[in-house]
Design a protein around this ligand. Structure first.
Ligand SMILES: Cc1cc2nc3c(=O)[nH]c(=O)nc-3n(C[C@H](O)[C@H](O)[C@H](O)COP(=O)(O)OP(=O)(O)OC[C@H]3O[C@@H](n4cnc5c(N)ncnc54)[C@H](O)[C@@H]3O)c2cc1C
Length: 442
């Protein structure tokens, strides 16, 4: 059995943060990364480029060639960790190999939820969670209907969240008729306010992507001329839409199967403290699989976004290598582009009336097409707790996310934030405190 000072399960954002942090403290400890995927350290947010542009694994690389060698990482790809024996500090791999570890990071991420819709096993029905998934969608586009059947013309995407809409845009870009079926009454309901999700829906419609809201897919039916493949989607109201390819995008769930012994409830992530340590000795967890503290709402939950995964992995790596570091409370943030419309949001975007929040807006209401410039700020107790920006109003929104994260009192310059997130109008004392907390000034 090979012994490693550090073992990391997973090879994505959280794993990269951990590897870099470990090496910043301990240049020589033995470090292994184990991943069931055959390609390590690629960017999941860029996956749709495989569909639109035939991007290769190298095109999606998240770290430069040589990253593994430079960081002296011994990598095992195509190897799933099947069990963690935390009492004896051992990992059992699907290849039959056993590894022992000093400290372990579970950076196992999340898996696509697959809705229990009949027909989900037909060829042409995909999730969009990994490089292999994106490659399978791309392959499906060329093969629908078999060699004698019609070419792929129509797609149905089940789920109007970020991944679903990214998939829909990509399928439209390659020339398909695309319908998105969303169970709620608007797309992107968890990350945008109603006005902005309406705008996104309009922009999608103007570009040929229909979003049907408050609708369910009841069943997927086979293509009569190729019964192994999907051919249509039947909606709750009885309508039947042609569907030569289907993407299931109804959310993700943390992959926690390796700590079954903790008795986690379904859908819950690994519990961790602020050092990213799980209750099991020397076992850490980070990324989509871990539940981290929610700065604005309190409590802990998974934040399935890339920056939180990287930051959590980094904090875990520092602690694993013997330095003390804490992950601060997290704030949900997203930036996305659909057919030329750019939108950014963070924190609380649609506060309930009884929460005592104040809403400030600038620019025309969203809903005036992709050229609309719109900024909405949500304040509570003199602090910024959320924003939505459309078009050029997203400029420097990273500074605004920092204001939320640091819980800075913004009363003195709130009007300026409506126009410009730049630092110039901020009071000097706030500016220098902000910059030093962000690690820009020491
Ligand atoms: C299509 C798509 C678009 C996205 N767009 C955005 C975006 O625009 N912005 C954003 O912030 N976030 C986006 N995300 C989310 C973001 O990619 C995730 O938050 C991030 O990848 C999480 O990183 P992670 O390291 O926790 O795990 P993951 O990236 O999920 O990787 C976990 C890895 O661990 C491996 N693994 C799991 N279990 C085992 C095991 N037992 N043995 C071996 N290996 C194992 C998995 O195969 C996988 O390779 C997107 C995700 C997808 C799928």
């Amino acid at each position: 059995m090979t012994h490693y000072d550090y073992c990391v399960v997973g090879s994505s954002a959280a794993a990269a943060g951990a590897v870099e942090a470990i090496r910043s403290v301990d240049p020589s400890g033995r470090l292994a990364v184990v991943s069931e995927e055959r390609v390590a350290f690629y960017s999941r947010p860029l996956l749709t480029r495989v569909i639109t542009a035939g991007a290769s694994a190298e095109d999606l690389a998240y770290r430069p060639k040589g990253f593994l060698e430079e960081n002296r990482v011994e990598v095992r790809l195509g190897a799933r960790v099947d069990a963690v024996d935390h009492e004896n500090r051992r990992l059992l791999l699907s290849t039959g190999e056993e590894l022992s570890y000093g400290r372990l990071l579970l950076a196992t991420g999340s898996a696509a939820k697959v809705p229990p819709v009949p027909g989900r096993d037909l060829a042409g029905v995909h999730t969009l969670a990994s490089l292999a998934d994106a490659q399978a969608v791309a392959a499906s586009l060329g093969s629908s209907g078999g060699s004698t059947g019609p070419r792929t013309r129509s797609a149905v995407v089940i789920g109007g969240g970020l991944i679903g809409l990214q998939g829909a845009e990509a399928l439209r870009e390659v020339g398909l008729e695309v319908a998105v079926i969303e169970g709620l009454d608007r797309p992107l309901a968890t990350v945008l306010d109603r006005d902005t999700s309406t705008l996104v829906q309009e922009v999608l419609a103007a570009n040929g992507v229909t979003v049907l809201t408050s609708q369910m897919v009841k069943a997927l039916r086979a293509n009569p001329s190729d019964p192994a493949r999907v051919g249509s989607a039947v909606l709750g109201d009885g309508r039947e839409l042609q569907a030569d390819v289907v993407i299931l995008a109804t959310g993700v769930q943390p992959r926690t199967e390796l700590l079954k012994g903790l008795g986690l409830a379904p859908g819950r992530g690994f519990p961790v403290n602020s050092h990213m340590a799980t209750p099991w000795p020397d076992v850490y967890a980070a990324g989509d699989a871990a539940e981290v503290s929610d700065l604005l709402r309190g409590g802990a939950r998974p934040f399935p976004i890339w920056p939180t995964a990287y930051a959590g992995g980094r904090v875990a790596g520092l602690n694993m290598a013997g330095q003390q570091a804490d992950l601060p409370g997290q704030v949900a943030m997203n930036t996305f582009h659909f057919f030329g419309l750019t939108v950014a949001s963070a924190g609380i975007v649609e506060p309930p009336a009884d929460e005592g929040c104040e809403v400030l807006t600038a620019g025309p209401p969203p809903g005036r097409g992709p050229d609309a410039h719109h900024r909405k700020l949500v304040l509570k107790d003199g602090r910024l707790v959320g924003f939505v920006c459309v078009g050029e109003a997203i400029d420097r929104c990273g500074l605004a996310t920092g204001l939320i994260r640091q819980q800075v009192r913004v009363e003195g310059f709130r009007e300026s934030l409506l126009k410009d997130f730049g630092l110039a109008p901020w009071p000097e004392e706030i500016r220098s405190k902000y910059l030093s907390r962000e690690g820009i000034l020491s």
